[in-house]
Design a protein around this ligand. Structure first.
Ligand code: ZN
Length: 184
């Protein structure tokens, strides 16, 4: 049986962790770990990727994929079209293999190099869109933040990446604005 869903024992957060790490790479550190071909090689090797990027084309593909995926967190026609164009450059094909309990599972695969990493990311994205978890991704509106996070609240109304990082800053800003109005 064809199965396009993620293994149910894998939580949404676990499933999306590699994608969130990829999308937030430049937000979480002062220097973008994908800023150069050399940095990108290190990033992939650090994740146990067997074939580091061959060169600038692969590096550019990863940067474009990151940009396209960040845009599609907030749905828009233009963002979907852009992601389709980047995905086409990944030259991915589906491969079917036996999974847990004998069920057939699929993954996207690509010839070699960076494309395999891109294929792994796209596999997670497609599974996430199929199981509904992609609709729970948000981009934090905090000042200078932009972190992509998974909203795991029951109501699905979480605004901030975290209260300690951005929620409290927003509260404090509102309080200061309130105090300033009081003084006027
Ligand atoms: Zn934030």
């Amino acid at each position: 049986m064809l199965c396009c869903m993620a293994d149910p024992v894998v939580s949404w957060a676990e499933q999306l962790e590699p994608v969130l790490r990829f999308l937030n790479a430049s937000v979480c550190s002062a220097d973008d770990p994908l800023a150069s071909v050399a940095a990108c090689r290190f990033w992939l090797a650090d994740r146990g990727h067997p074939a580091p990027p061959a060169g600038r084309a692969d590096h550019a593909l990863l940067l474009d994929l990151r940009g396209a995926l960040r845009r599609i967190v907030v749905p828009a026609d233009e963002a979907a079209q852009r992601l389709s164009q980047v995905a086409a450059r990944c030259r991915v094909t589906p491969r079917f293999e036996p999974g847990l309990g004998g069920r057939c599972v699929w993954r996207l695969t690509a010839p070699a190099g960076t494309n395999r990493y891109a294929a792994d990311l796209l596999t997670i994205v497609l599974r996430s869109m199929a199981d509904g978890s992609w609709a729970r991704l948000r981009i934090c509106p905090g000042l200078d933040c932009g972190l992509v996070f998974l909203d795991t609240t029951r109501a699905g109304l979480r605004t901030w990446c975290s209260m300690s990082r951005c929620g409290n800053r927003a509260k404090q800003a509102r309080w200061r604005a309130h105090q300033a109005r009081e003084r006027c």
